[in-house]
Design a protein around this ligand. Structure first.
Ligand SMILES: Cc1ncc(COP(=O)(O)O)c(C=O)c1O
Length: 359
């Protein structure tokens, strides 16, 4: 089943000695007892190995610690209703991983290395994938610069790894209040906003702290140049249902091309909705909320799936409240997407990829 992946006897032992977490699961806290590692050096990828989960030791001059040359992905393995394990559109994560790698001046990973790593951890840890609907194995592939040298140059040495966590809901709230961010910028034209690299997230944290202090759950990022057009949230894409049409900001180089976003566009069309991908002015949206023409808004991403937005606000105390906290559009899209991911609905696009289990 695996040509490239080598599973060490210590990894097998670690799996044997591990018990799946019981009870309510939080997101990304408990990790499966193994991890997958491959090192890049001298222009080549070395062996791909599954080893016991544990700390990694780095020299203090390791480049990632200083210059942030790092990328990651987020994907899920499902095993509900006696079915699975399944991965959802893993080739999209592979493509985006290499897109991020190119943008960050890093080597690409070969397809068999990425796929055997994510399928390997899903397969060997299948018994630890939670079986309740809404829970899953959150899988985190990542790569970082391991060269030891303080010069600001792209590193010649990299480490690729995959870890995984049996996880519950990413956002436990039924709906969120969103702060329209007018002060800080997440990404700008020509920057790295459309790559999944740590710096984008680090740069958003202060805004998140301030938004939370002011009573908001999330930050809605506007375009970096004019602070006029809606882009996305810190870890999710944005949709609004306006005049009976589903709107989402058109992609550009400061928005992450979300796999959930892309899937929702297709599923919403299948559900008979008109989908508009267009530049979206924040003032237009707020006016549409005031007029009652915008009936729902929601955010979406792999971890959280679909989360309705109840309210937009700013630091001056202005509020724009949506009539539907859990509106019919967000609800039907979430049910359809989750039904597909969990193998309950017909998969007409071939998005659901079964993974063989190893016993
Ligand atoms: C900044 C950002 N936008 C959007 C998304 C949603 O992307 P996806 O649906 O592929 O998880 C994510 C999560 O990966 C993200 O980090």
């Amino acid at each position: 089943m695996f040509n490239r992946l080598k599973v060490t006897p210590e990894a097998i032992e670690a799996i044997k000695n591990f018990s799946a977490p019981q009870g309510e699961l939080v997101f990304g806290k408990v990790m499966v007892p193994v991890m997958i590692v491959s090192d890049f050096d001298n222009g080549e990828w070395g062996p791909l190995e599954m080893i016991p989960y544990g700390p990694i030791s780095l020299d203090p001059t390791t480049k990632v610690l200083h210059y942030g040359q790092e990328i990651f992905e987020g994907m899920k393995g499902y095993r509900t209703g006696g079915k699975g394990p399944f991965l959802f559109r893993p080739e999209q994560n592979f493509n985006r991983f290499n897109f991020s790698a190119r943008r960050m001046g890093m080597p690409e990973v070969p397809e068999d290395l990425f796929m055997e790593a994510v399928k390997g951890i899903t397969s060997y840890c299948a018994d630890f994938i939670p079986k309740r609907s809404g829970e899953s194995l959150y899988i985190r592939p990542f790569m970082f610069a391991t060269e030891e040298h303080l010069g600001i140059k792209p590193a010649g040495k990299m480490k690729f790894m995959v870890i995984a966590s049996p996880s519950g809901a990413y956002i436990s709230a039924d709906y969120v209040k969103v702060k329209i961010e007018k002060q800080y910028t997440r990404a700008c034209p020509g920057g790295t906003g459309n790559a999944k690299t740590g710096g984008n997230y680090a740069g958003s944290l202060l805004a998140a702290v301030e938004a939370n202090k002011a009573g908001f759950h999330q930050t809605l990022w506007l375009d970096g140049l004019h602070k006029k057009y809606i882009e996305e949230l810190s870890g999710m894409n944005f949709f609004a249902f306006v005049d009976n049409k589903l709107y989402t900001p058109k992609l550009n180089d400061s928005i992450l091309d979300g796999i959930t976003r892309n899937s929702i566009i297709q599923l919403a069309k299948d559900l008979g909705k008109t989908v508009v991908e267009e530049v979206m002015e924040i003032d237009w949206l707020l006016q549409k909320i005031n007029d009652g023409a915008c009936t729902e808004a929601f955010m979406c991403g792999t971890a959280a799936i679909v989360v309705p937005i109840a309210e937009f606000g700013d630091l001056s105390g202005n509020k724009w409240v949506l009539p539907n906290n859990n509106g019919p559009v967000a609800f039907s899209i979430k049910e359809t997407l989750l039904g597909l991911q969990e193998g309950r609905l017909e998969d007409k696009y071939g998005w659901v990829v079964p993974v063989e289990t190893v016993h």
